[in-house]
Design a protein around this ligand. Structure first.
Ligand code: ATP
Length: 220
């Protein structure tokens, strides 16, 4: 069986318990050699990111510090220009021997827009994808992403790992109903966020006064 390496990309503005707890449950369900957590630099889909790249990197490191088999990877932050998943996937594939199986990990909401990703067809053929369930975010049956899911879905974990690329595995993880936008909204509105983020991250946000002055639209 090939060694499984995960890539978990995100804006992490800020990182929250939905990110860490879903990865924790994934690690309990599947054996990974490691999961590389990669905050994006200039996200192609997200014009307004509030925390700086360095702040997001620091928060991600704090939040994932207590989990085993996690590597926080700053390659997208260091790269100039937009953070395209396909470029990151190619770079990560080159880090491991050809026996490894590289899979991109994302929530159902991210997978729902996969057909808008840069060179998405090539991306889908390059890596495997794990889609983690996310509360209230299902993949609409009338979409291209749903069609992709049905065409490429594999139910058996071993077959998925062995196939190495082009396949999708749906995993039900312990539901954590939280989002970065909800946290930004709560902080801006003076509401508590303690239940949603790691304590050290909460302290960092308080010290740096992040999300107090600037806010964007909140999506639940
Ligand atoms: P925002 O609310 O600003 O859109 P977000 O909470 O979705 O942010 P991201 O950093 O954009 O956070 O998410 C990174 C990855 O983590 C994505 O693949 C997303 O689907 C997944 N994810 C985020 N929150 C959860 C959650 N609560 N459960 C499962 N997956 C999640």
């Amino acid at each position: 069986m090939p060694n499984l390496v995960g890539i978990f990309g995100g804006t992490f503005d800020p990182v929250h318990n939905g990110h860490t707890e879903t990865i924790r449950s994934l690690l309990n369900l599947i054996t990974f050699k490691e999961i590389r957590v990669i905050p994006n630099g200039i996200p192609p889909h997200r014009p307004s990111v509030i925390a700086s790249t360095s702040e997001r990197l620091q928060m991600v490191s704090m939040a994932f510090n207590s989990l085993n088999n996690i590597v926080v990877d700053d390659r997208e932050i260091k790269r100039r220009g937009p953070s395209y998943a396909i470029d990151t996937a190619k770079e990560v594939i080159n880090l491991y021997d050809s026996c490894s199986s590289i899979c991109w990990i994302m929530g159902t909401d991210a997978f729902s827009s996969i057909d808008s990703w840069h060179r998405w067809e090539e991306f889908l053929d390059l890596v495997n994808i794990i889609v983690m369930s996310r509360p209230d975010k299902t993949i609409d049956k009338n979409t291209i992403s749903y069609k992709i899911l049905k065409e490429r879905q594999i139910d058996n974990k071993e077959d998925f790992i062995s196939s190495k690329k082009g396949k999708v595995l749906s995993i039900k993880v312990r539901p954590v109903k939280v989002s970065s936008s909800k946290i930004r909204h709560n902080i801006f509105s003076g509401k508590p966020v303690d239940e949603m983020i790691f304590q050290e991250v909460a302290g960092f946000i308080e010290r740096t006064k992040l999300y107090i002055e600037k806010n964007d639209s909140f999506k639940d």
